[in-house]
Design a protein. Structure first.
Length: 452
């Protein structure tokens, strides 16, 4: 593109139609842009921080400013700011808007003069056909009007967004959308007035943004700096301090409730421990009493009587004999001596009966042996009777009963005399006795000693 040429020949009617459509779209959307507000907020955060750090402590930190207090108690205050971030954000945005209102107004008015000069210079180099002061004033006035409209809409959008649940997210989305819309509207306004290429128009608008940012910073810094300290102090006193106090009171109430509950539980634990100690003492005392009663003369005497009733006569006799020596002053000693005499007599009777039974058993066994030998000599003993008499006996016992065998082997004895009767055949046989480890394990006929 050469200097003084019109590279983008667009008719006035077509440009007016395009601009009218864009403006109508903006109005139908009902959106506003607050680019200057966000820019001023971002550029003045250091100013507000400086003003805040210059404040005296408002929350009870004597001798410290509020910024230093926040820095020193960051870990303690972090839960508070995290919990109340949404409320603090909603309450702080209107204060920021009110504090930056005059800065925005002065920036717009000064920016109008800058826009006149910059648009005149831009037209001189890139659109000589439209390089006149009238068009420059029109451009600056139109841009001022658009900025004012978008600033008002942005303020309304911010105020409306503060009532929503996720105010920060909604506000961010609205700002991004309106930034795009504002950029498009400003570039279209340049295209409409100067007929330059889109890229050139966009670069010109970027240059305007840069210059306005520098001028806005220079204007906003002293204006906002004058009010930042008082606004920050007011915000701390009216918003942060009451919330901190309410939070502290709530925490103190909760701590008091927890301490009260802890003291109650501790009292219950102490009471339970005392009860346990008392129960252990009572248990030990009861154990001693039981032990004493178990070792008393009555308890010992009752145990002796129970042993006597169960038939443990020897144990009962020994305990009765030792009872007078163990309890010399007991009133049961006479009864114990009587019981001792009775138990001794009973033991003597049982021993006599036992000896008589043993004698009777011996006589019966001798009689049975004699009978067995008599019948064996006649050959009238059956094999089952002989087995019953010999199984389980030793060699010596067999020899005592039957005499010496006719034949011997390592595991058997044989008797040829005909002492066994076979009831089935009425035949008489000898006897063979089988041993295992010296004990009779089997008895059978001796065929060599059968009937002739």
């Amino acid at each position: 593109m050469t200097r003084g040429s019109v590279p983008c020949p667009v008719s006035n009617r077509r440009a007016k139609d395009l601009f009218a459509r864009v403006v109508a779209a903006f109005r139908l959307a009902g959106l506003g842009a607050g680019v200057l507000i966000l820019w001023l907020a971002a550029t003045n955060l250091p100013l507000m921080a400086d003003g805040t750090n210059a404040l005296p402590a408002q929350s009870g930190a004597a001798g410290e400013d509020f910024g230093q207090y926040l820095a020193d108690h960051q870990a303690d205050l972090a839960p508070f700011f995290t919990k109340n971030a949404g409320d603090l954000f909603k309450l702080g945005v209107p204060l920021l808007m009110g504090m930056t209102g005059w800065a925005i107004l002065f920036t717009m008015l000064v920016g109008w003069g800058i826009d006149v000069l910059m648009s005149r210079g831009f037209a001189f180099f890139f659109a000589p056909a439209f390089a006149d002061w009238k068009r420059a004033v029109i451009y600056a006035t139109g841009r001022l009007f658009l900025s004012f409209v978008y600033t008002c809409l942005m303020g309304l959008a911010i105020v409306f967004s503060l009532k929503l649940t996720h105010a920060g997210i909604v506000m961010t989305l609205v700002v991004i959308l309106l930034l795009v819309v504002a950029l498009a509207a400003q570039i279209v306004w340049i295209l409409y007035l100067y007929r330059t290429a889109f890229s050139v128009s966009a670069l010109f608008y970027v240059a305007i943004i840069v210059v306005h940012s520098i001028v806005g910073f220079l204007i906003a810094k002293p204006l906002i700096g004058l009010r930042a300290s008082s606004v920050a102090t007011n915000f701390v006193d009216r918003v942060i301090t009451p919330k901190l106090q309410a939070e502290a009171e709530s925490t103190n109430h909760e701590r008091a409730a927890v301490e009260s509950a802890r003291n109650a539980i501790k009292a219950k634990v102490d009471d339970l421990q005392n009860q346990i100690a008392q129960a252990q003492t009572e248990e030990e005392q009861l154990r001693k009493e039981i032990e004493e009663k178990k070792n008393s003369d009555i308890c010992v005497f009752s145990q002796i009587i129970q042993a006597h009733a169960r038939g443990k006569l020897d144990s009962a006799r020994d305990q009765l004999a030792a009872f007078p020596a163990k309890f010399p002053s007991s009133s049961l000693n006479a009864l114990a001596r009587a019981q001792l005499a009775e138990v001794s007599n009973q033991i003597a009777v049982e021993e006599t009966q036992k000896k008589q039974e043993e004698a009777d058993a011996a006589r019966a066994a001798a009689q049975a042996r004699a009978d067995l030998l008599t019948r064996a000599g006649k050959g009238e003993v059956t094999l089952s009777e002989m087995r019953q008499a010999l199984l389980g006996k030793t060699r010596a016992q067999v020899s005592n009963l039957l005499g010496l065998p006719t034949e011997t082997a390592s595991d058997s004895w044989s008797y040829r005399q005909q002492m066994i009767l076979n009831p089935m055949t009425s035949e008489k046989h000898g006897l063979t006795v089988y041993f295992s480890e010296g004990i009779v394990q089997g008895v059978d006929y001796n065929q060599n000693g059968g009937s002739p």
